[in-house]
Structures are given as C-alpha cells and as structure tokens.
Design a protein around this ligand. Structure first.
Ligand SMILES: C[S@@+](CC[C@H](N)C(=O)[O-])C[C@H]1O[C@@H](n2cnc3c(N)ncnc32)[C@H](O)[C@@H]1O
Length: 382
C-alpha cells in the first residue's frame, strides 16, 4: 500500500479540527478528533452530494464560485481534500527529482500544495481566485505547523513571481475557458515557461470521459508543439485513445481510504474505494522525451478484461495502443505476472504472437513489471 497513507492519516484530525473551528460552538459531549458524529456526517454528506452533482453530473458548478460558499468549502475540505491529496501524492511518486520550489495553481484549500510539501518540496505557493479557500489553506498550514504562501490568481492575471521546479494544477483545468482546448493549451504553455529545467508541470483531472478526453486533446496540442510528456505516456504521437469517441484514458490507484472519506462517501452515495483520475506530467520546452526501457514495453491502460479462459488488457507504449491477451492455460512462472497487472503498471513482454488488434502471450512468453502504477519508469534520458 502507498507509503504516503500515514501522511494522509495525519491530515484527517487537522481537517476535522479546522472545519469544526469554523462552526458555531456546539454543546454536548466532546467529539472524536479522527471522525465525525452522525449529525456531522449527514451535514457534510449533503454538501458533498451537491458538489458531486455540480462538478461531475450536470457540471453546473464547474467554473462557478462554489469555494466561496462556506457549506460547500467545508464539504470540499472533508471529502475532496483527502482524495485530491492522495491523487497528488500518487502522481508525484512518478517524479524522479525532489522539487525545491513548487507552485500550485487552482489550489483551493491546498490539498495538492500540501501533498507537494509532504513529498519533499522545499517551498510551496498556493494560488487560487477564491479568498476563502486560500484563507483555509493558511489555517491548515498553521494547524499542521507547515509553511505555505498564498496568492490570488486566475488565468487572466499574471502568474505568481519566480520560476518553479514543480507546478501543479489539480482539478482546475477542466473548469477553465468553458471547455475550449486551445486557450487551455496556451495557458499551460505560458505556465511551462515558469518551470525550471528538469522540472515538471503536473495536471490532474477528474476521470470522467469528457474531462479526460479534453486533457488528452490539450496533451496532443502540447506534443504537436514539441513538449515532452514525462508520464503517463510512452507513446510520442497523437493520443490513440482519441481515435474512437467512446475511448478515454485514465489512471486508477489503490489506497487506504481514511474512515472520514468512507463515512462521508456513504452519506453522499459515492464510491472512493480506489482513486480514479486522469493526469499528465509535462516537461518544459526544449526537453526531450525520456528513452523508454528497451524491448516491447507498454503501460497498462485498462482494467483486466475477463474473457472465457483468457484475460486481456489494453497496453499503450512506443508501438501504440494495443490489446495484450493471454489464455489461462499458457500461464507459467515466466509470464504469470500477466494476471497480476494493474492499470498504470509499465510492463515488458517477449515472445508474443500477433493476434487481431494486438498481441497474445503464449507459454513461450515472458512478462516483467518494470514499474508499478505510480512509480517512476527507469530508462535514460534521450
Ligand atoms: C475542484 S477545485 C480543485 C482544488 C484543488 N486543486 C484540488 O485538486 O482538490 C477547483 C479550483 O479551481 C479554482 N478555479 C476555478 N476557476 C478558476 C479561475 N478561473 N481562476 C482561478 N481559480 C479557479 C476554484 O476556485 C477551485 O479552488
């Protein structure tokens, strides 16, 4: 299980304490510091339901000022905050260098900013247009004894001063420019000018079909303008997941879900047993793509697709996005990890046979997991 789970557990009482301090004093027995009372769960669950509807179903809250509404900001803090923190830690786990200076744009109350700090960033600036969200980030920093700077920012305003080793944007790009791809790509280009050499721009988006496809379209514009993608793509051309309208590409990570999230998810009728997201790690202009490991290498981009007597996955690598299949009867000790692969793993196969839209592994094939989901892929820089 992820090694940042303990860090996240430490945040839970801070989130709850900060949320409670903002409420009128309640009478009654003292409340546990790590969990909410049934009444609190109902209250937060109702806010999360409203946020979830507005951000994922009808999307009427996307781009709206929901962070300025105390009830919705409180619901965000106790549910989406830990989810975004975990998504960010999992994504930052793919970076090979520790950032000194980090900037988090569209920070809200700072889950991604604090994830960067906990992952080893020296300093972080959290920037958003919502003053209440930034104030909450500062309160959390005090609660945690961590240092964080905050700035008001929106895309039409200048970026905070300076250059950064890491710039993060968690669940914000999909809220900008009414869905238009070109202005998003232009904004990311402007932001990439502020990324130091060997640094990264990390964009995390919801795993919805539309928001994921939009991120892939932005990726394609950046790739066509010469930017290198550090993760998750091993394929350097236009994204093959965009060919069919029904396809998209997203990540899924296992996590130890805090009880707080479990309680609120149940009340809001949501599921967060695993972390689903779309993400992109982009290098600043002038850097080349990392050389992939040698051989037939793929990132697994689907869940296991069970068939009769066989299993199939979609893999995406230097030769494109193809199916990888193996019949149960061909399992042996050289290839059995095929049945243990997860979405996001990077694997190498040998001795496969061309089959339909992809490759089949046989009892002559080998399969190696080169990097588990969320871990850096080895291989030199071109
Ligand atoms: C879904 S929240 C994400 C918060 C946090 N980054 C995370 O990953 O959980 C989206 C954030 O983007 C901010 N945002 C939306 N539109 C914005 C804009 N035009 N300018 C600046 N921030 C904006 C909102 O205020 C909100 O804090």
């Amino acid at each position: 299980m992820a090694d940042w789970s303990r860090d996240l557990e430490k945040w839970v009482p801070r989130l709850i304490a900060t949320w409670r301090k903002r409420k009128p004093q309640r009478r009654g027995p003292s409340l546990p510091e790590n969990s909410l009372s049934p009444e609190e769960i109902r209250e937060v669950g109702a806010g999360v339901k409203q946020l979830s509807h507005g951000l994922t179903r009808n999307r009427e809250l996307a781009g709206a000022r929901y962070m300025d509404d105390p009830k919705l900001l409180g619901a965000y803090l106790l549910f989406y905050w830990p989810v975004s923190y975990a998504q960010a830690r999992s994504t930052l786990g793919e970076l090979t260098s520790r950032p000194k200076a980090a900037l988090d744009l569209g920070s809200g109350p700072g889950p991604v900013a604090f994830a960067s700090l906990d992952a080893g960033a020296g300093t972080v600036v959290a920037a958003d247009r919502s003053k209440p969200a930034l104030e909450l980030a500062r309160t959390l920093a005090t609660e945690a004894g961590e240092g964080i700077a905050t700035r008001e920012w929106s895309p039409e305003k200048p970026l905070p001063d300076g250059k950064f080793d890491l710039i993060t944007m968690g669940h914000v790009v999909n809220e900008l420019f009414n869905g238009a791809i070109e202005p998003r790509a232009a904004l990311l280009e402007k932001i990439l000018e502020r990324v130091n050499p060997r640094g990264s721009l990390v964009v995390i988006e919801p795993a919805l079909r539309d928001t994921s496809r939009a991120l892939l379209q932005v990726r394609d514009v950046l790739v066509s303008r010469g930017y290198a993608v550090r993760a998750p793509c091993l394929w350097r051309g236009a994204c093959p997941a965009l060919i069919k309208e029904s396809d998209w590409c997203h990540a899924e990570r296992q996590w130890r879900m805090p009880k707080l999230v479990e309680d609120v998810a149940r009340a809001a009728g949501l599921h967060k047993e695993s972390l689903k997201m779309s993400y992109l790690v982009v290098a600043p202009k002038g850097e080349t793509w990392a050389e992939p490991p040698s051989g037939a290498v793929f990132r697994i981009v689907s869940e296991a697709l069970e068939g009769k007597g066989r299993q199939r996955f979609m893999g995406c690598g230097p030769e494109g996005r193809i199916g990888l299949a193996m019949q149960d009867k061909h399992e042996n000790e050289k290839n059995r990890l095929f049945f243990k692969m997860s979405r996001g793993d990077v694997v190498r196969v040998t001795n496969t046979e061309e089959r339909g839209d992809g490759r089949a592994l046989t009892d002559q094939s080998t399969l190696e997991i080169l990097a588990s989901a969320g871990r850096p892929v080895g291989g030199g820089t071109a």
